[in-house]
Design a protein around this ligand. Structure first.
Ligand code: ZN
Ligand code: ZN
Length: 279
């Protein structure tokens, strides 16, 4: 399996970090987890010039920074697919309604393009599977020998939220979205080869004199939280992403050192397009 950190950023615009999005390639499948700001540019850089090459889009939750470019995934897949090819979307309850609202928002553009292109006589489609806890039952996964399991996470008051555990060929990757440590997260991560966690530095955020920033601290994993979860679960490699505030070039080492105080395994804090190979 190949894990590519497409976007390691956060809601705060950063010239070097796109919004949260991670590509997992396993069994010949391209599985995209979240679709933050700039996801298609990073996907192209990772060798997939169109979202038509995606086999499924997974969403951890519907917070704007994680779904900013969902509309771009839907539209660009639609206009670059030679045949009708609805996007398979997996997400927590509420995802189907979110998909419908996205299509409604795209109504004008859909009308323009269908009217203009004779060979585009279908509208973009979204096939949604909502999950909270348990196996994600999709034929495309089963056919490729890939298993995906969802478990609920804790990002309250944002709810519901989920993380995913991907298995292939005896190896496991856990993709956690925004969450504090919790029982569901422990289940997702248990014994995983790779654990990708969105993290914040509460020690830095608490220095920002604005109440809205302080609020961020109580529903995310800190670097220490992520490291403790990794240690408890006995994972191989901890991957830090969605770093708030984003470290400037070269400064991510400090984040890794902080995590190393609580976890003995491998720790990485990649730039965008960083790759972690499993197996
Ligand atoms: Zn969030
Ligand atoms: Zn987030």
């Amino acid at each position: 399996m190949l894990v590519t950190l497409l976007g390691t950023g956060s809601p705060l615009p950063d010239p070097l970090r796109a919004g949260p999005a991670t590509l997992v390639q396993a069994g010949g499948l391209n599985l995209l987890f979240d679709c933050g700001r700039g996801v298609l540019m990073r996907l192209a850089a990772a060798g997939l010039p169109s979202p038509a090459f995606l086999h499924a889009q997974f969403l951890t939750h519907l917070h704007s920074d994680h779904v900013t470019d969902f509309n771009d995934v839907v539209t660009t897949r639609w206009v670059t697919s030679p045949v009708e090819s609805p996007l398979t979307v997996v997400g927590p309850p509420g995802t189907a309604a979110f998909g419908k609202r996205t299509l409604a928002m795209l109504r004008d553009d859909i009308g323009y393009r269908v009217a203009h292109h004779d060979d585009l006589n279908w509208e973009p489609g979204i096939d949604t599977t909502e999950v909270l806890d348990g196996t994600v039952a999709l034929e495309v996964l089963a056919g490729a020998g890939v298993t995906v399991t969802a478990a609920p996470t804790d990002h309250r008051p944002v709810a519901p939220t989920v993380g995913y555990r991907i298995g292939h060929d005896g190896h496991t990757v856990a993709i956690a979205g925004d969450t504090v440590p919790c029982e569901g997260l422990d289940r997702l991560v248990a014994g995983a080869d790779v654990y990708v966690q969105t993290v914040i530095r509460d020690d830095l955020i608490r220095q920002i004199p604005m109440a809205r920033f302080q609020d961020v601290c109580d529903y995310h994993s800190t670097v220490a939280d992520a490291a403790r979860t990794a240690a408890r679960a006995g994972v191989g490699t901890l991957v830090l992403t969605h770093m708030v505030p984003a470290p400037p070039p070269g400064a991510a080492d400090e984040w890794v050192a902080m995590a190393a105080e609580h976890f003995d395994g491998t720790i990485v804090a990649p730039d965008d397009l960083g790759v972690v190979e499993v197996g």
